[in-house]
Design a protein around this ligand. Sequence first.
Ligand SMILES: Nc1ncnc2c1ncn2[C@@H]1O[C@H](COP(=O)(O)OP(=O)(O)OP(=O)(O)O)[C@@H](O)[C@H]1O
Ligand SMILES: [Mg+2]
Length: 260
Amino acid sequence: MIKVSDLVAGYGDNIVLDGVNLDVESHEILVIMGQSGCGKSTLLRHIIGLNRPISGTVEIDGTDITRMDEAGYRAFCRSMGVLFQTGGLFNSMTVGDNVAFPLREHTRLAEPVIEIVVRLKLDQVGLRGVEKQMPSELSGGMRKRAGLARALALDPQTLFLDEPTTGLDPIIAAGIDELILRLHRQYGATMVVVAHDRASCMRIADRIAIFRDSALVEVGTPDEIQSSDNEYVKQLLERRPPEEDGGTSTSSYVSGEATA
Ligand SMILES: Nc1ncnc2c1ncn2[C@@H]1O[C@H](COP(=O)(O)OP(=O)(O)OP(=O)(O)O)[C@@H](O)[C@H]1O
Ligand SMILES: [Mg+2]
């Protein structure tokens, strides 16, 4: 369904992904793990066509995303939901308008219906009575959940979630994991989820892709990943700091929690 081939990506001279090959099958939950700064968010931005590859391709159902015509790309946008790592809400709009945004953009639903859908989606992520508030009035975790509600607005066939539970308290985080699994069961949505928490990854993933620096080091089922012999994979899962080899700085292993 999604096919990433020989993807080289970066910013200016900074190569962030160097020859990544990865397929996402229809209806699977693929979880992406890897140290902070290794390019997980960059990969997502390329898959949804926000950034253009330096070389290589991203195909959605057989079509190169950089070659899609406007109607094709719009149809793709209509069929997918995205939660950006920082929530990605429009700060000048109320929370309700944020969640309503994709509905107004892509459907002809009447306003009263939109209002109901917005309340329903906020309810799904455990937020009530915040429609009239501005994003700046919410806590970080609430903003993240509002972003998730917006990603769910169009009942998407494909969901891209960049750290949906990072920075949330364990109870809310577990609730979001269950929501992800429920959506997957009910609608068979395909999901690409960037995550750090081992328990969460093992719970939700059909397959896990592990990145290190600019490369994909391992892809497999949770069982395969947990029994991996790869030292880096073990280190990542066991939350071990890097060995004192004088070359690797600890900071490169710090998770993205502060950015939630
Ligand atoms: N818009 C940008 N402009 C320039 N460089 C960027 C930009 N976004 C990311 N980078 C750089 O690309 C690299 C990968 O960043 P990316 O956000 O993809 O990492 P990540 O794996 O998602 O990290 P984290 O776990 O902390 O979210 C980093 O070195 C970062 O500084
Ligand atoms: Mg990121």
